[in-house]
Design a protein around this ligand. Structure first.
Ligand SMILES: [Zn+2]
Length: 260
């Protein structure tokens, strides 16, 4: 069954979303350097493929991803100053999310899951959702329900112990780390270069930000663009993580939209 909205004719799509019962996933990623070993669309691939997997289970649709995201921050993404990273200003990200949601609503969609793959997008997606709902209230659309999901927040304690037996470093440092590298090895192994994984220690960064972001202002930033080594990543760990995300996000979506 096809879940990709853009691959349907408009009439097939209109039929699927008629009545407002259909769930539509909207993946939001980034084009951001992910160290010497991962492709730059990592933050888009993972939420998109997760969305497709959950959508297949429940007969939902997946809208085209928003590929560009908010500016990579040094303490959670290595920084916006590295080549390849293409970021949007905050108001553009907010407006993009707001407009896509409002358009889906115009088509009759009333159940949306915004699937976030880029840490720095979080509050901007929340704002886009809030502004879309405000706009829709003026149009007398009051039966909309939207979930924003940061998929990595579905990692259970048990999985954390299995994937990081030597201790979990925390999500901000995990940029291009064991989780993303493992899940990408599971999903798109041809795009992952394990022979180039950096082996440097975790970035030692201050608990504050310094602007402008330059190598001189941030002496603790690894030149690799990764904040930690992903040497312990494996496709097996990627399968554990991915399958847990699919199962638990499926459960959350079924619960919130009362699909069972
Ligand atoms: Zn990432």
């Amino acid at each position: 069954m096809n879940v990709r909205m853009e691959a349907m004719t408009w009439m097939e799509y209109a039929d699927r979303v008629k009545g407002g019962g259909a769930v539509v996933f909207l993946p939001v990623g980034s084009l951001e350097q992910h160290g010497p070993h991962l492709p730059m669309h990592c933050d888009e691939v993972i939420p998109r493929v997760l969305s497709e997997a959950v959508a297949l289970r429940i007969g939902a649709l997946v809208a085209p991803s928003i590929l560009y995201g908010y500016k990579s921050q040094p303490r959670s993404g290595g920084g916006n100053h590295l080549p390849g990273t293409i970021s949007l200003d905050a108001d553009i990200v907010i407006g993009h999310v707001r407009d896509v949601i409002a358009e889906l609503a115009r088509h009759g969609v009333r159940r949306i899951v915004v699937m976030d793959g880029h840490y720095e997008n979080t509050m901007l997606i929340n704002e886009g959702i809030d502004l879309a709902l405000r706009r829709l209230r003026f149009d007398h659309v009051t039966d909309m329900k939207i979930l924003r999901i940061g998929y990595y927040e579905f990692t259970s304690e048990e999985t954390i112990r299995r994937v990081w037996p030597r201790g979990f470093p925390g999500w901000p440092l995990e940029h291009a780390g064991v989780m993303e590298t493992s899940v990408m090895l599971h999903l798109v192994p041809d795009l992952v270069h394990m022979d180039r994984v950096p082996t440097h220690p975790p970035a030692a960064l201050p608990p504050y930000d310094v602007y402008p972001v330059t190598n001189a202002n941030w002496p603790g930033l690894p030149a690799s663009g990764a904040l930690i080594s992903a040497a312990d990543a494996s496709a097996e760990k990627g399968a554990i993580l991915f399958n847990e995300y699919v199962a638990r996000i499926h459960e959350a979506v079924v619960h919130e939209f009362k699909l069972a």
